[in-house]
Design a protein around this ligand. Structure first.
Ligand code: GUN
Length: 283
């Protein structure tokens, strides 16, 4: 029997936990506050940001949205972030990706103060993840780990394949699965014979953005499938895994939508609370 790994249920539990933590912080005179920056008007970004705003409001986190024109220069954006770094009322800063061509993402990652880096993209925080300090991590990675913990999935010694090598998911996730004693492989767009690797995997995490990338003939019986992909096909949202085909072979599988997606927003807000606590303890 396959287990459907329900992210929505867990996201609701996380939401309730955050609500209680925010109440505690407010009783101590601290209002956890996130500032979210959007550059331009990418429709997908606008939808994600609306979800983040609604979630923040529902748990009592203060959310400040700043929107800049598509033409903003890199220096103007950097100056704005530096102002937010220096503002004690802001606990967390997020710059929504993608950014327009004239702006180098890496320069932006490096400008956000590490202690306010709610996305966990700063090289300092990514480096800390590899050295065993996992307080701050990208929201999708936190969401995946929460799902693994919630369903008590066994990672120790398991052949764990991550498909995708981004700074947002693949690389930081590898550090965390390794820390939990998994045997980690990362596949990517230049990987030869993906199928030969997927057939050996006990656990597969896919973050590619390609519908039907993973089909049942590529899998070993009993595999665990964690699907981070979000793809629109004929007006429907699907993941990277051909769900109906693969669920027959898997022991556990995330649906899309309703798997990792809802956990990402919840985990981001969890991280706002964590950053607020770190800053409060430092004062
Ligand atoms: N765009 C898509 N996913 C993300 C994310 O996790 N963080 C940011 N900042 N932008 C994104």
């Amino acid at each position: 029997m396959v287990t459907i790994l329900e992210g929505r249920t867990l996201a609701t539990q996380i939401k309730n936990k955050i609500k209680k933590e925010v109440i505690q912080l407010k009783e101590n005179g601290v209002v956890p506050t996130i500032c979210v920056i959007q550059v331009g008007e990418d429709p997908a970004s606008t939808i994600y940001l609306r979800k983040k705003k609604e979630f923040a409001q529902s748990v009592g986190i203060k959310e400040i949205s700043l929107r800049f024109s598509q033409e903003i220069t890199q220096q103007e954006l950097i100056d704005k972030i530096k102002e937010l770094n220096a503002d004690a009322a802001i606990n967390a800063i997020m710059v929504q990706l993608p950014l327009p061509q004239q702006i180098d993402e890496q320069a932006i990652f490096e400008t956000i103060a590490p202690q306010k880096d709610v996305d966990g993209f700063h090289p300092y925080n990514q480096g800390k993840l590899w050295q065993g300090d996992s307080q701050i991590m990208p929201a999708t990675v936190r969401g995946i780990l929460s799902l693994i913990d919630s369903y008590e999935l066994d990672l120790v010694g398991k052949n764990t394949l991550i498909i995708g090598r981004s700074v947002i998911v693949g690389k930081p996730l590898a550090s965390q699965l390794l820390a939990r004693d998994a045997t980690v492989t990362i596949a990517h767009s230049k990987t030869q014979d993906l199928s030969a690797i997927t057939k050996k995997a006990d656990i597969i995490v896919s973050d590619v953005g390609q519908a039907n990338l993973i089909t049942s003939k590529m899998l070993k019986q009993g595999v665990v499938l964690l699907d981070v992909g979000i793809n629109r096909v004929n007006g429907r949202v699907v993941g990277d895994v051909a769900f109906e085909d693969c669920k027959v072979k898997a022991s556990a599988i995330t649906p899309v939508p309703g798997g990792i997606g809802p956990l990402t927003v919840a985990s981001l807000m969890e991280q706002v609370v964590i950053l607020t606590r770190i800053q409060k303890d430092d004062r």
